[in-house]
Design a protein around this ligand. Structure first.
Ligand code: ATP
Ligand code: MG
Length: 205
């Protein structure tokens, strides 16, 4: 049997809505790390967004499917939507290891803002044993990525890798605000996502 490991990317997010920033970063990581595929995993109840109003998961899931369908390497997994309770990444990664086998290497794709929060993630120490983290630069991060990685000690330095990407000034928060104000979101989200948002009246006040 071959010892070559499968390499799979995980792009977790609220995707409220999914945007070009998510897609560009995921594709850059796929190419840089030669990943077989990237699984986009919409969170049902993100622990860090318990106090914010988010759109029902069915809308976020449909938009994620529409945004990714044309890339043959992109897939959407409903794994967190099918699980009740808060969406902890450690539970998701454990379930994926069970599904794909422990010969698979997982690459969790995040922006610098998420890396900043990593020390507060549930069982972060075990999570760093189970997958690599790829940190994409993002505008507006408070501390430098190197500083954050160093604070996570040896394991952080071994398992968190920086993506040499240009920063993209795109966020779902900005998109929701733009829609609320009646401003254009063309080219910030795929055309199908733009049409869906307008048709369903999402984010309009
Ligand atoms: P919100 O403004 O609602 O928090 P968001 O744009 O941050 O939305 P999320 O669904 O929260 O999108 O993010 C999912 C993942 O994608 C996170 O790891 C986040 O850091 C990353 N990400 C989102 N936008 C970018 C971007 N422009 N550049 C790099 N990473 C990004
Ligand atoms: Mg966010």
């Amino acid at each position: 049997m071959s010892d070559v490991k499968r390499k799979i990317g995980i792009m977790g997010g609220t995707f409220d809505p999914i945007h070009t920033g998510h897609l560009v970063i995921a594709e850059a990581v796929r190419i840089e790390y030669n990943l077989e595929k990237v699984l986009f995993i919409p969170a049902a109840n993100p622990p860090h967004k318990q106090h914010s109003q988010i759109e029902p998961s069915i809308h976020r899931y449909i938009m994620t499917v529409m945004a990714t369908y044309s890339n043959p390497h992109f897939y959407v997994s409903p794994i967190e939507l099918e699980r009740s309770g808060l969406s902890y990444t450690i539970d998701t990664v454990r379930a994926l290891i069970e599904q794909y086998g422990d010969k698979t290497e997982f690459y969790f794709i995040t922006g610098a803002d998420a890396i900043q929060d990593l020390p507060t993630w549930r069982h972060i120490d075990q999570l760093l044993d189970l997958c690599h983290f790829i940190a994409a630069a993002r505008p507006g991060s408070i501390c430098s990525l190197d500083h954050i990685i160093n604070n996570l000690g040896v394991k952080g330095r071994q398992r968190i890798h920086r993506l040499p990407n240009p920063e993209l000034e795109i966020s779902s928060t900005d998109i929701r605000e733009r829609v609320g104000l009646g401003r254009s979101i063309k080219y910030i989200v795929p055309e199908s996502v733009e049409s869906y948002i307008l048709k369903e009246g999402l984010y309009s006040r």
